[in-house]
Design a protein around this ligand. Structure first.
Ligand code: UGA
Length: 483
C-alpha cells in the first residue's frame, strides 16, 4: 500500500518507519525543510530505540521524505495525519495544524483516498475533518475519513507499534475499513512476526495483533479515555502514597497487594513526583474540555490534575524537611527527562522541581543519560552544572535527588555515592530502591509513600571530615497500634 504520513514528529516518524517495516511504501512529510533534509542525510531527530535501525533499513527504499503534502497525497492511497495538537490557552486541543493540513490535502485529493486521523484529537474531529475537506474543494466521492489512534509510549514506541496490545480503527464506511485492515494485515495476521529481520521484543506479545473496529467517534474517545484513565491510575496511587507516608505504611507493598488483583493489574502504579510529558497533562486537560462541551462536568479529571500538580510541591517539602534550609545548599539531581528512556523534557516534573530549587537559592548539579542537551534550553548552563555521570553530579553535594526513573539510576554504587556526598542523604522521587539497600550503604533515604530509612547506628554514617556535623534527623511517623 502507498501511504503518506503528514507530520514527522514523534508519532509521525515512528509510524512512517514502522509502516515501511511492515512492507508499505511510505512518504513521511514535514513542513520543516531542515528536518526533512536531515532525515534524508540519515540523521535521526529523536532518541528512540530501534528508530535508527528502521530508518537505515528503509530510507531511500520503502521510506522517502518530502516537504510537499500535495506530492505525498497525490501518490498515496492512505494519508495519515500526525501533526501536533497542542494545548490552547483555554485547555482545549488546538486543532489549527490539523485544519491547515486538511486544506492542503483537499487540493490533492482525487480518485478514492482514505484520510486517517492519528494525532490525539477530541471526539468528532473526523466530522470536522470531512467538512473541511469538502469546503476546501475535495470532491465528495473522492475520499473517506477514519480515526486510528496511536498508543505508543516514548522510549518503547517502535515495539509498542509493532507488538500492540490492540489496534483500534474507527471507521464509518467500507473503503476505510478495507484500507486500514490491509495496512495492518502483517500485524493482524501475524505474518510480520515470522520474518527473519523482525524487530525483537522481549515482553509478552500476541501472535496476532488484536484488531478493534469501532465507529470514528468511539475510536476518538478511546484514545482520550485511555490516557485519562492511565493518568487517573497514577494520581490514584500518588494519593494512596501520600496517606501511606503519613502513617508509616509502604506504598510498594500496597501496590503489590492491590496490583495482584487481575481486575486492577500491577502496571502504572508507580508512585512518584507525578506524570509529565507531552501527552498526559495536555490530554487530560483537553478531555476535560471535551466533556464540558458535552455539558458533562468531569470533576474526576479535575481531581486527577490537582493531585498531580501537588506531587512536585510535596516532594519539595520533603527536600526541605531533609535539609532544613535550602539557600546556599548544593544538590545533585539525577534525571531531567519526564520519564526514563527518553530525551524529552516537555512538562517534565523534574524540570519544574529544579526551577523551584534554583529560585530558592540552591546550586544544582545535574546528570541525565540522554536529556541534558534538551534540558539546556530551559535550564541554561549558567544556572546549573551539567555533570558527565551520576558520581560527578553527587560530588560535594548536600544531598542527592532522583527525579527520573532511568534504569541506570536504580543500580548506582551507593557506597561510592555516600563517600562523594557531603551529607549521606538521598531523596528519591521515583522509588527506585528498596529502603534497606540505601540504609545498609549508610544513606538516609527519603522516598514517596514509604517511611524514611535511617541507617543504624546514625553515628557511623558521618563521613571522614564531617566530624561534628549536625545531621538533619528525619521525622519518622509510626502508625498507631490498634487495640
Ligand atoms: C503516554 C501513554 O502511555 C501512551 O499509551 C500514549 O500513546 C502516549 O501517552 C500518547 O498519548 O502519545 P508517554 O507520554 O510516552 O505515553 O509516557 P508514559 O510512559 O505513559 O509516562 C507518562 C508519565 O507518567 C511520565 O512522566 C511517567 O514518569 C509517569 N508515570 C508513569 C508515573 O508517574 N507512574 C507510573 O506508574 C507510570
Amino acid at each position: 500500500m502507498r501511504i503518506a504520513v503528514i507530520g514527522s514528529g514523534y508519532v509521525g516518524l515512528v509510524s512512517a518507519a514502522c509502516f515501511a517495516e511492515i512492507g508499505h511504501d511510505v512518504i513521511s512529510v514535514d513542513s520543516d525543510g531542515a528536518k526533512i533534509a536531515a532525515l534524508e542525510r540519515g540523521e535521526v531527530p529523536i532518541h528512540e530505540r530501534f528508530v535508527p535501525e528502521l530508518l537505515s533499513r528503509h530510507r531511500g527504499g520503502r521510506l522517502r521524505f518530502s516537504t510537499s503534502v500535495k506530492e505525498a497525497v497525490s501518490t498515496s492511497e492512505a494519508v495519515f495525519i500526525t501533526v501536533g495538537t497542542p494545548q490552547s490557552e483555554t485547555g482545549e486541543a488546538d486543532l489549527s495544524f490539523v485544519d491547515a493540513v486538511a486544506r492542503e490535502i483537499a487540493s490533492a485529493v482525487h480518485g478514492s483516498k482514505v484520510i486517517i486521523e492519528k494525532s490525539t484529537v477530541p471526539v468528532s474531529t473526523c466530522d470536522s475533518l470531512r467538512q473541511t475537506l469538502l469546503l476546501s474543494g475535495a470532491h465528495p466521492g473522492s475520499f473517506s475519513v477514519a480515526s486510528n489512534p496511536e498508543f505508543l509510549r516514548e522510549g518503547t514506541a517502535v515495539t509498542d507499534f509493532l507488538y500492540p496490545d490492540r489496534i483500534v480503527i474507527g471507521v464509518d464506511d467500507e473503503l476505510s475499513t478495507s484500507v486500514l485492515r490491509a495496512i495492518y494485515k502483517p500485524l493482524i495476521s501475524g505474518s510480520y512476526y515470522g520474518q527473519e529481520t523482525v524487530i525483537p521484543f522481549s515482553g509478552y506479545a500476541h501472535k496476532q495483533a488484536p484488531l478493534i473496529v469501532t465507529n470514528a467517534k468511539s475510536a476518538e474517545l478511546i484514545k482520550h479515555a485511555s490516557n485519562a484513565f492511565l493518568a487517573m491510575k497514577i494520581s490514584f496511587i500518588n494519593a494512596i502514597a501520600n496517606i501511606s507516608e503519613s502513617v508509616g505504611a509502604d506504598i510498594e507493598q500496597i501496590c503489590a497487594g492491590i496490583g495482584s488483583d487481575s481486575r486492577i493489574g500491577p502496571k502504572f502504579l508507580n508512585a512518584g513526583i507525578g506524570y509529565g510529558g507531552s501527552c498526559f497533562p495536555k490530554d487530560v486537560q483537553a478531555f476535560y474540555a471535551v466533556a464540558n462541551q458535552c455539558n458533562y462536568d468531569f470533576g474526576l479529571l479535575t481531581e486527577v490534575m490537582r493531585i498531580n500538580a501537588e506531587q512536585g510541591p510535596r516532594f519539595l517539602k520533603k527536600v526541605k524537611s531533609a535539609l532544613w534550609t535550602l539557600r546556599g545548599k548544593r544538590l545533585a539531581v539525577l534525571g531531567v527527562a519526564f520519564k526514563g528512556d527518553t530525551d524529552d523534557v516537555r512538562e517534565s516534573p523534574a524540570i519544574a522541581i529544579i526551577q523551584t530549587l534554583l529560585r530558592e537559592g540552591v546550586q544544582v548539579q545535574v546528570y541525565d543519560p540522554a536529556a541534558m542537551p534538551k534540558a539546556k534550553d530551559v535550564l541554561p548552563s549558567k544556572d546549573v552544572v551539567y555533570a558527565n555521570d551520576p558520581y560527578e553530579a553527587a560530588a560535594n553535594c548536600d544531598a542527592l535527588l532522583i527525579l527520573t526513573e532511568w534504569k541506570e539510576f536504580s543500580n548506582l554504587d551507593l557506597r561510592r555515592i555516600r563517600l562523594l556526598l557531603k551529607h549521606p542523604i538521598v531523596i528519591d522521587g521515583r522509588n527506585l530502591y528498596p529502603t534497606d539497600r540505601m540504609t545498609s550503604a549508610g544513606l538516609i533515604y527519603y522516598s514517596v509513600g514509604r517511611a524514611v530509612g535511617v541507617p543504624e547506628p546514625m553515628s557511623s554514617i558521618a563521613r571522614h571530615g564531617d566530624a561534628g556535623l549536625q545531621l538533619p534527623l528525619p521525622t519518622v511517623i509510626r502508625p498507631a497500634v490498634a487495640g
